[in-house]
Structure formats: C-alpha cells, structure tokens
Design a protein around this ligand. Structure first.
Ligand SMILES: [Zn+2]
Length: 273
C-alpha cells in the first residue's frame, strides 16, 4: 500500500506538470471510485476547473481547484496515478482519467478497485481526524511521548493508526520499530523516554530515506512516470519472507499478525521486555 513516502513522491512528481492546468474532461471506467458527491455531479463540477495546487495530508492527495473546492484522492492498497500523453490507451486496471488542457492525462490505475476520490469544499470532512504529520516541525519527541502515554495498544498498531499519526502504514511502522529497537507488541505507554526519542528519530529517518528513494514499489505501486521506486531495497525487516535473516545480528526475522497485518521484526534486536 502506498504510504507517506509514496504519496509524497507522487505529489512532488505530479506537481510541476499539473499546476495551472485546466481539467477538460473526466472519463470514469469504474463509478465506485467516486465517493462524494454523486457521479452525476462529480464530472460536471470538475470539468472546466483549473488545478491551483497539490498537497499531501497523511496518505491523501489534495488537488486544490479554482472554485475553492478540493479534489481528494486516496490510493488505498493498489492505486497509482500515472501521467500519460493524451489519448494513451488505458490498460484494464485504469478506473478514471483526468484529461488536462496541455495534452496530458492523469490515469488513476487501481487493480483492486479500492481507491477513492472526493470533491469537497470542506477538506476536514475527509481528513479532519488525522493525527500529526510525522515530518512536520510540530511532531516532536515530546508530542510522541504525550500521544503514547497510557496507551495499552501495541505500539505497532498505534503507529499504523492514521488518527494517532498520519501517513505511516504497515511497511514503515515495521521499519521504524526495527530502527528504534522496539518490539512491535510493546504497549505504547510502556516505552521509556529514551525509547520514545529513538522511535521519533527512527520514524523521521525511515520516512526521509524512503522519500529519497522515491518510495517503495511493493504490490502494484508506480511513480507517475510509470517507473518503479527503490525504497523497498533498503528495507531491513518489512516484507521479509520467512527464512530471511536480520541484517544486523543474523537472527531469523519473525512474522506475527498484529490487528490482522503481518508484522516483521527481529526478536534479538527488538526484545519484548
Ligand atoms: Zn537483529
């Protein structure tokens, strides 16, 4: 699933090509991709508007429009946004196309049909409940400590909870916990202040490093130009198949389910107590 580094990469790479462009048309191959408003309203509301900006909040992309409305896209498990020359034949997994006025198109490709688009005036109606952005100045070790305090849920579950902290999912939660030497099942409130500081630093390092590698191409994720990303080559534990060994100590990586998500960790470098 695209997480913060992948969505940030899409934002950075689409931005110079789309700002100031007018949406000349919308093609929907799968109407279920439109969450709000109705499909009948969505296309006419979008057509004729200019894209005035593109931002990211958590795993959401926010395209601002001349009307003051915002087109919000969530790629969910398997979505990608591909920038193509006009009249490129859409492959069978493309669910929607935005036709721009400069001879390009944005193809919303999504094999599992889980991705969503909203066209809203009030952005907070979609993203208002998200937790802090982990790469913003407001996200300090003190803030992380405050949010972890008294929490009994496993720290892995908290890190991938979008209302706890925005943008981190299964992959980068595993990577950050490994880098911090924290066992994923530790209750959030049990971390010492030193461990919280390590975790804070690990979260930022893991995310910045992945952004530097333009995200990770796990499953079906592509950059807007259709190329793959390379962050997954740097993964220490995430998505390691059974039989792989910890790159630090050589212990076999373990996989356990936490809230139904496969969680990878090193039992030696991330002790449970
Ligand atoms: Zn290890």
């Amino acid at each position: 699933m695209p997480e913060l580094p992948e969505v940030e990469t899409i934002k950075n790479e689409l931005l110079p090509h789309i700002v100031g462009r007018q949406v000349n048309g919308v093609t929907l191959f799968w109407e279920g991709i439109v969450r709000q408003p109705s499909v009948e309203e969505f296309c006419p509301c979008l057509i004729g508007q200019r894209l005035t900006g593109l931002a990211r909040r958590g795993k959401y992309l926010l395209f601002s429009l001349t009307s003051g409305e915002v087109l919000i896209i969530h790629l969910k498990m398997t979505g990608s946004l591909l920038l193509k020359p006009a009249s490129t034949e859409a492959d069978k997994f493309v669910r929607a196309i935005l036709h721009l006025d400069n001879g390009t198109e944005i193809h919303f490709r999504d094999p599992r049909k889980l991705g969503v688009m909203w066209l809203v005036k009030d952005v907070d109606s979609v993203v208002g409940k998200l937790g802090p952005e982990p790469l913003e100045a407001e996200f300090t070790p003190q803030l992380l400590a405050k949010r972890l305090a008294n929490r009994t849920a496993p720290v892995k579950a908290l890190l991938s909870d979008q209302t706890f902290i925005a943008g981190i999912g299964n992959m980068y939660a595993d990577e950050a916990l490994f880098a911090a030497g924290v066992h994923p099942l530790r209750p959030g409130g049990s971390l010492s202040s030193e461990e919280v500081e390590h975790l804070h630093r690990a979260i930022q390092q893991v995310l910045w490093s992945a952004i530097g590698n333009k995200g990770a191409s796990v499953d079906t994720y592509f950059r807007p130009d259709g190329t793959l990303c390379t962050a997954h080559f740097q993964f220490q534990v995430a998505h390691r198949l059974s039989g792989k060994f910890c790159p630090v100590c050589g212990t076999p990586i373990e996989r356990i389910p936490i809230r139904n998500r496969g969680t990878y960790f090193c039992p030696h470098c991330q002790p449970e107590t």
